[in-house]
Write a protein of this length. Sequence first.
Length: 207
Amino acid sequence: MAASIFSQNNPFNDVMSTIGDMAMISIAWTICSIPVVTVGASTAAAYEVSRELQSDSSHSIFRDFWKAFKRRFPTTLALTLIVAAFWALALFDLWYLSKQSGDTISVLYGVTVAVIAIIGSALAFVFPLTGRSKLSVGEQLKQSIKLALMKPHIAFAVLALTIWPFVAVLIAPQQMLMLMPLLWIFIGAGASFYLQMLLIRKTFKLA
């Protein structure tokens, strides 16, 4: 019994090792996202390292993360600006509608949320598949839209895993608000990237 507990192949050790890897991804992603404009490069790197972990080709989390971060920086920077512009416009629309009154506002608000969900899902595969891709910015966007049309439920699931921390902050009790960012920084971000990549790899049979 004792030998099995301390064995490297023990399921408990495997789970704890994976949790530790996700924590390191979270920390690396947070640090590399501090300049804000590097969020896209950091996100693509987090997905790529998660993919390497799942295929057992990762050697060092931080070293692999830095290599992936630098690999397609001009492309990820352009994609960051495009995706950020969409979400900035989406949030502004929701904020503006929330300040309005009238009988049709609730309907218009619901339609706006639906449109945002559709476009957000169409962009869901942009960063997860950027790391190993050689596509241009436009082709990367087209690929994401094509895959989203093929598997809309998977695209929406990836979107949901991406935005869940923002939703959690909105619905969390007041006493939990200070804890949410810490959980995201130290484990939540890595867990989200890992789960999304696992879902994408299984859906599209990626190596």
